[in-house]
Each structure stands twice: as C-alpha cells, then as structure tokens.
Design a protein around this ligand. Sequence first.
Ligand SMILES: [Zn+2]
Length: 338
Amino acid sequence: MIQNLANTLLNQAILLTASDIHLIPTENRYRILMRINGSLQFFTLMSLDNGERLLAHLKYRGFMDISETRRPQSGSFQTTIHGCKISVRLATISNFRFIESMVIRVFPEQEIQPFQKSSVFRQITKHILKLAKSQSGLLLFSGATGSGKTSSMYSLAHSLNLKYPLQIITIEDPVEQLMPTFLQVQINEKAGLDYADIIRATLRHDPDILIVGEIRDTHTAKMVIRSALTGHLVLSTVHADSPYGVLSRLLELGVDKEELRQCLIGISYQRLKHLYCLFCNQKCYPLCNHLVHKRTALYEFIEKQQISKFLTTTIEADIPNNIGEQFKKGVCYGFFPS
Ligand SMILES: [Zn+2]
C-alpha cells in the first residue's frame, strides 16, 4: 500500500520531468511539491500519518535509520518504474516539532544529449570538446546548485566516447545519473572509503577519463591533481560562483600553484536559462510540452593563458563572450524571453 504510494509519486515525478519532490510537514498535513524545470509547483496534500509512513518507507529503501527522526540524514536507492531505471537520492531534516521533511531527487536514466548541443551557442561547446579531445589534464566545471554542471561533465565524456570506446570511470557520492557505458563507483564513508581512496584504486584500472563528482576537501583536490598530472583526462566540479572563483577555492584548499598551472586545461562556469516558447509566448509553462529542451546552458570558459595569469598576478583577465553578453545576444536572436 505505502509502497504503491511511493511508486506513484516517483512515477508522477518522471512523467512531469520533475527534478525533485519535496515532502514538507505543516501543522496538520504534509504538502507535496515538485520542482519542474527549476520552479517549485504544488502537487498535493497528504495526512501527517500517511506522510510519516511514506517517509519511513523511503528511508528504509534508502538504507537510512528509520528510528532516528531528529537528526538530518541522507540516503539513496535505485529502482525501475515502467521499465525506466531511476536513481533516487533522499535527504531529511526535522522541524521544531520533530516531524521530518524530505527532499527526494530523482535522476532517470535518459538519452544524454551530445555536449555540443547543451548550449545554443555551439562555438564554445565545440571548443571545450576539442580541448578535451586533444589533451590530458584537468577540466573543471562550476556553477550554482542545479545549474547542470554534473550533466555537462557526463555529456562531455559521453560525446568523447561516441567516436572511440573509452574506459570512463566515475566516482560519485552517491551515483545520480545512471550511465550504462561508464563504470560508476560510489564512495562509502561509512566503510571508510572516501574520494581520495577510490581515486587511488581507480587509477590502477587505467581509465581514459576519470570523473570525480566534486572537489570539496584538500585530500581530494590533491589526488585529482595528481591523477591529471599522470596523463589522465580528469573531469570534476568545484562549487564556486565564477571561473576565477574555482581557482581561489582550490588555492584555499592548499593545492600547489605550479601543479595547478601544469594540469589545468580549462575551467567552465555555467548557468541554465529558459528558452523562449512561441506558444507560451515567454518561457514555457512548467507542464506544457512545446519544447523538447526548455532550458539551455550558457558557458563561460577560461583556459591555460588566463589561468596562468591569475595564478601569478591574481588579475582576472576579461572573459570574452561572458554569460551576460551571450544572454543579450540570445535575446536579440529570439532564443530567450526578453
Ligand atoms: Zn511552451
């Protein structure tokens, strides 16, 4: 019964192309909301009883502690709904009455679009693809949460893989997007396996491309750089609000400037923008299906020369064709609502 409810909810999320489901307790009910194309939409209400049972069921499936309702927890599981494989990531937090709320992120296995097509401005995506094809080293992606940086990284690796089959290993916490042709490894801190340990192990597997989910500590940063210096193409993300912010963040983590200069191929920063819909006459309504892709990525990219200059002088050289300029151009071309 409660399992059906959980599956129905996940199924609806997939049909509506929602990226996450929010179960929020109010005084006497649970409000259920879905984030669709970046905006949160009301979905339904549920009694507190049912909501709590649903949460307990999902926590059980996500290998979380069911008896613990006061401390925040996270978990994940994989499931198949109507033949579609989906990966689910759960996070709970408790309110002042010790009733938990939950955010469920859903990642359906999907046709991944070629990296060149991830932006309406193809010149920049083609350039990044060409760089990744031609050399080993470290390529970093940044952007706000939900800006699609992880998807970009996957679609880049996928595009490189189309022409020649490559050994692509990903290290994630947890695995989000399922990629049938990648070897996906999940870190397990409970079992004492962190990013750095697994990077070391995967290098012995001789990957052509190594994808490290996120650099968020010194140890991981150093291991990622070492892998990139030993002739691998390494892709990773860093949480920062500009391409130069990535460099500042890495320096804060205490990595060696000279090694950074040697291994970095480039740094991309991205944002997602809603595309103009002729039928909705602005951006698409969340539930309409006029456009195949309702949003597009805009990339800012710096490479060796700008990186080198910043590392020696801390001067942020201008970024030609930055996101602001691309957006203005896009409005003129009719890609974006004005
Ligand atoms: Zn529309």
